[in-house]
Design a binder for this molecule. Structure first.
Ligand SMILES: Nc1ncnc2c1ncn2[C@@H]1O[C@H](COP(=O)(O)OP(=O)(O)O)[C@@H](O)[C@H]1O
Ligand SMILES: [Mg+2]
Length: 376
């Protein structure tokens, strides 16, 4: 999810702060000293929700000087035995350094290599479940494709109520993504069948797309794609818009018409019942696509669910011109199906609505425009 236009200045400021002297590489220290107060908390990380704040003290616990966010995460990595993963113990001479991204993220050295730590998501703080959802998405993406690299999630932890972090393998993202290679990887992802225990649309965990909650039919109720899209995508976005913008009756009227005509968009491919679930990245704008130095495509920061493969194209049209899918690598596997151009508008509309919900009326015009285009 790209940062809101209005927040760019704030993000820039937090990136500058993240590079501030307060974040210079920490001196080595022996493991036994890890819990000792090494330095004052600093709010320079730009970590959402007040980075550097201490964990709330348990009642009756002795007062303890607050740890910085890097120290806190480092301590949790040291304490953690991530289930099913190799040891994530941090070696004795750990250092932390600012991440290339700024935005409430930083790097740690561990005995498994460098680790990228992100506090919250999309530049805002996030509860543990949100980052657990991101970690589960990364795991599933990794299992579904070898043609693209997906960072391995190492740990999700909490810095305070509603302030979680995710630690993951650091990748060197200085390459330039090759469109065909990316397309081949995405085709492999979309062609992989869902796991045995998931036959429906959605995902076994509810999640979010950017700062908006995204319900995912986590109970796995049996439904066809049109029903799923009506209820969990168009319907949920309209509900949130009604709560956040009650005066905008036009968007509700157009939305209701669109709900009615939805099945029509799927008639050229034999109806919504013909759509099979594919694993979708869910938030594939250009900022969530990168490459290793050798050109190997990398995808990060997913909002996964199982759905119609074409739905993954939507935000890539909105921010990226659709280039991830308009290439031979992808289209060798997935030729454009009949009726695609109109469904592409539908899937892009979903992200305009999501942006309208998150960032407000700056996205109203594009939302209404796409709705009208579909209803013409
Ligand atoms: N595993 C990683 N290794 C190296 N850099 C990463 C990694 N994950 C993310 N980044 C960098 O951090 C930036 C923001 O990460 P992302 O997960 O997209 O965060 P956000 O939730 O803020 O959008 C990316 O654009 C990339 O530059
Ligand atoms: Mg991102």
């Amino acid at each position: 999810m790209p940062p809101p236009r209005a927040a760019r200045a704030a993000l820039l400021a937090s990136a500058v702060l993240a590079a501030a002297p307060g974040l210079q590489r920490l001196a080595p220290w022996p493991r036994a000293l890890v819990a000792a107060p090494l330095r004052a908390p600093q709010a320079a990380l730009g970590c959402p929700g007040g980075a550097g704040a201490a964990r709330p003290r348990e009642r009756g616990a002795p007062a303890r000087r607050a740890l910085s966010v890097e120290m806190e995460v480092r301590q949790q990595l040291l304490d953690a035995e991530a289930p099913g993963e190799a040891s994530v113990a941090v070696c004795g001479d750990v250092g932390a350094e600012p991440s290339p991204s700024g935005r409430g993220a930083f790097l740690l050295d561990t005995d498994r290599g460098k680790c990228f730590v992100k506090c919250g998501t999309g530049g805002s703080s996030a509860p543990r479940e949100t980052l657990e959802y991101e970690a589960e998405g990364l795991r599933r993406l990794r299992a579904a494709t070898e043609a693209m690299r997906v960072p391995e999630p190492w740990m999700v932890g909490e810095l305070g109520p509603g302030r979680a972090f995710i630690a993951q393998e650091l990748l060197d993202l200085r390459g330039k993504p090759d469109a065909d290679a990316l397309g081949r990887g995405l085709a492999q992802l979309h062609a992989a069948p869902p796991p045995e225990d998931w036959r429906s649309f959605g995902f076994p965990m509810d999640g979010c797309c950017g700062a908006c909650p995204q319900l995912n039919n986590e109970a796995g109720r049996d439904m066809d794609w049109v029903e799923f899209w009506r209820e969990y995508r168009l319907g949920d976005q309209l509900r949130m818009l009604r709560e956040r913008n009650p005066a905008d009756t036009e968007v509700q009227e157009l939305g209701a018409e669109l709900m009615e005509m939805l099945p029509e968009l799927f008639e050229p491919i034999g109806g919504g019942a013909k759509v099979q679930p594919s694993l979708l990245h869910g938030d594939l704008w250009s900022g969530n696509i990168a490459a290793l130095k050798d050109g190997m495509p990398v995808i990060i920061d997913p909002a996964c669910y199982y759905g119609h493969y074409e739905a993954d194209h939507g935000i890539n049209y909105m921010f990226g011109g659709g280039s991830a899918f308009n290439n031979r690598g992808y289209q060798r596997e997935f030729e454009q199906a009949p009726g695609y151009p109109r469904r592409a508008v539908l899937y892009e509309l979903h992200h305009h609505m999501n942006h309208y919900n998150i960032f407000g009326s700056g996205y109203r015009g594009s939302t209404i425009g796409k709705m009208r285009a579909l209803l013409r």
